[in-house]
Write a protein that binds this ligand. Structure first.
Ligand SMILES: N[C@@H](CCC(=O)N[C@@H](CS)C(=O)NCC(=O)O)C(=O)O
Length: 191
């Protein structure tokens, strides 16, 4: 896949958009970040995870993007430059692709600050032909699965609660019924 590296008078850079664990745990060095959204996709807990937040017997549920013409998904775009580009891509290839089953796509990202123009960003998406893709389920069913799963990186419910916390803190105006209905159902199970 060809990556769009932006070359300006300053230096070449790449933008990487996160909408799941990457919004609260990028774990790679970057020059700057912007909160904003991508259009034409919804965020859904429809991807399985048998490494980070689950295992082979009880896969956890993590988010991916599904095409949805009228929707937009909010998250964080990170700009990486110079050596940060190679370091971040090598790290994310293992974390997202090799261990997570995600593939990459270049999508248009719009920063919240409208004065700043949109830009192309690299996004990691798990498609439905992925072997650990779990697909649609009710919020109650998804929450019940998340509540009992844990993997090499931690509990699946931490993944859910930190994403919900990010949205409340940084995108309080955004309604995300899918995310918050699953959060409410999961908290009802564990509290
Ligand atoms: N690609 C999405 C989702 C990324 C994601 O959640 N990937 C999982 C891999 S299955 C991960 O990195 N998990 C690390 C963790 O759970 O702490 C994003 O941009 O945030």
């Amino acid at each position: 896949m060809k990556l769009l590296v932006i070359t300006t008078s300053e230096k070449p850079s790449l933008w990487i958009f996160g909408y799941g664990s990457l919004v609260w745990k990028p774990d790679f060095k970057y020059k700057r970040s912007k909160v904003g959204y991508i259009e034409g996709y919804s965020r859904r807990f429809w991807h399985g995870d048998n490494f980070h937040r689950g295992d082979k017997d009880t896969p956890g549920r993590v988010v991916t993007l599904v095409e949805d013409h009228d929707a937009c998904t909010w998250g964080v775009a990170y700009e990486v430059t110079d050596s940060q580009m190679e370091e971040s891509l090598q790290y994310l290839n293992v974390r997202e692709a090799v261990l997570g089953g995600y593939v990459t796509k270049m999508l248009e990202f719009t920063p919240r600050e409208k004065c700043q123009g949109s830009l192309l960003a690299l996004v990691y998406i798990a498609t439905s032909d992925n072997p650990i893709y779990l697909g649609p389920a009710t919020p109650t069913e998804i929450a019940a699965q998340i509540a009992i799963c844990r993997g090499n990186t931690g509990h699946n419910i931490e993944y859910l609660l930190r994403l919900a916390e990010f949205m409340r803190l940084y995108c309080p105006e955004v309604e995300d019924d899918h995310l918050f209905s699953i959060e409410a159902a999961a908290l009802a199970l564990v509290i």
